[in-house]
Write a protein of this length. Structure first.
Length: 169
């Protein structure tokens, strides 16, 4: 009889602890309350979901990895140009939306957007540079090529400045 009473006391205590833990867990769930993210949380989320690679004003989703063997970037004083090739598993449509929104935030103007079943080509311009972003689905991955080059006027101005310097030396 003592054993049965002892087991009942332990079971009752265990059951009471279980109920107390469940109630305290439910109190922390904020049931029925919507919690809006703060500006700091949103900023932190943006910072961790996209990165700038060689081009300091072309934001790229972090889910895309650089394909080194298909990337060629030249940096000189004054500008960086070349092609960065990336790949990942992101829908083409969401990438088009991502680049449309973020290139505008970095002060690029969209000049053209060509869409086909196989590829999307987006052309952007700034005062002294062009950017062409090509997005293709291939082999269970999405490939993105980001090409940035100076405008012809900037190239001619740089070359003219170099030639003048050479003439005086």
């Amino acid at each position: 009889m003592k054993i049965n009473h002892y087991c009942t006391a332990i079971a009752t205590t265990f059951f009471a602890l279980l109920i107390a833990l469940s109630i305290s867990g439910c109190a922390n769930m904020n049931l029925g309350q919507s919690k809006k993210p703060t500006e700091a949380t949103v900023t932190k989320a943006r910072q961790t979901t996209a990165v700038y690679y060689d081009f300091e004003d072309v934001l790229v989703p972090k889910e895309l990895a650089v394909v080194d063997e298909a990337t060629f970037v030249v940096s000189t004083p004054g500008y960086t140009s070349g092609i960065i090739t990336l790949k990942g598993r992101i829908e083409k449509r969401s990438l088009v939306n991502f680049f449309t929104n973020n290139m505008a935030k970095d002060n690029w103007s969209m000049l053209s957007n060509i869409k086909s079943p196989g590829a999307s080509i987006m052309v952007f311009q700034k005062a002294s540079r062009w950017a062409v972003i090509t997005i293709r689905d291939k082999d269970f991955n999405t490939y993105v090529e980001v090409g940035v080059a100076p405008t012809l006027e900037q190239t001619l101005e740089k070359n003219a400045g170099t030639q003048e310097t050479d003439l005086f030396n």
